[in-house]
Design a protein around this ligand. Sequence first.
Ligand SMILES: [Zn+2]
Length: 483
Amino acid sequence: MSQKKASKNGAFSRRDFLKTGALSGMVLGSGTLLGGCASGNGSARPGDAKNIIFMVSDGMSSGTLTAADHFLRRNHGRPSHWISLYEQNRVVRGLMDMTSGSSIVTDSAAASCSWGCGRRLVNGRVNMTEDEQPLKPILKIFRDAGKATGLATTTTITHATPAGFGANVMARGEEPTIATQYLERGYDVLLGGGNRFYSAEHREDGRDLYSEYAQAGYKVVRKKEELKAFNSSEKLLGIFYDSHVPYTLDHMNTEEYRRDIPTLAEMTESAINRLSQNPNGFILQVEGGRVDHAAHGNDAAGLIYDQIAFDDAIARVLEFTENRDDTLVIITTDHGNANPGLNGVGSGYGESEPRFDRLAEFRHTNNWFLPQLDENSSVSRIRELVEYATKIEIRRDEAEILRKAYAREYENLHRMMSRPWPVMGQILANYLAFNWIGTSHTSDYVELAAYGPGSDRIGPFTKNTDLFHLMVEMAAVQAYQEA
Ligand SMILES: [Zn+2]
């Protein structure tokens, strides 16, 4: 059955080996796989990356990174942390080809697995080969090497991107199973949304995973306050919302969200605090998962505020890595999505800036008000709700087209753009000058930035799967790759 059977049976128990802790780095760190020409101060050797922090802004087109940076400069008088790293020449930077095993347009599962197991898989699979064989994901490899392991995200904790580092299922939608796999595998820190895959009342099998995790030694937290108070060496499960956690802008303007739900930056800080207690080091994936959702929904405010929330998480990572040289930090995205951008409008393109600045006045995302409308909503109701959320008075004919889109009586020439979400994105583009090319992932080569030991091995153009080998080698955990 398993192609790996022979080597499995022949292998000594590596779990015994890991008891040696810090020694393992010395013993196993001798073999080197990557050619890598060192540049600058780049003399990192395998094993130098005691810790790895992998940061993904999911579905972040280049236009998203740019728009968030413009937004911060114009409204907060400072650049984004991500672009600051470029300005200050503090990172290695390149493009990455995220092709999956089934398409040059990847989904998030195949993308995360390309980094998480080093193989290009069929879209939708989570660390499973075409002949349904499991591939050992990187969190398990690091766990077996005696390192701490963690995931923090704004999506359900069982969603494709975190799962790509820690689970094995044939279809990414098997989130109830992924929740039980995390428990069986004993990862140290799990922070995000996804109550519906944990609570007994929502799970089809009726299992109460919260009590099962608690019995297995996890501290279970459900609110921001409890997360902030957490200060122990227990394992940590934090589930803060039924599904994905709310968009950042809606979080900012909803009192109970602000009170109860931590930001991605807060989750990142808590995760690092706990994981860094392990003397052997750790691996942490941090995902800004809803940037992707906002792009699918052509939701400008959802997109830009969530990208900024991801950028705030970068700041927490920078604080941790300041004055240390033992942590490889990778900052990237898994694919473009809807490729938004600011258009030049008005005489001399002078209208672009004031229009874009209107985003700073928004109270809520499109995702907040669009579900409150339907084909029976009156034009005046549509205009009123849009104005409440965005402070923009859309035209009557625009509201009427939105109503028709709900009723499926409207067809855009680019048919992907005919549903209410993209129609609303296009209506707002008239006022924001910020527009979209579609509602799905794109094949764009993606931004890749890195610093810390091993980053000097990243060139201007990287194949997604190379990052798996880089992480495993720089942390000197290759010996734990086999199941
Ligand atoms: Zn997506």
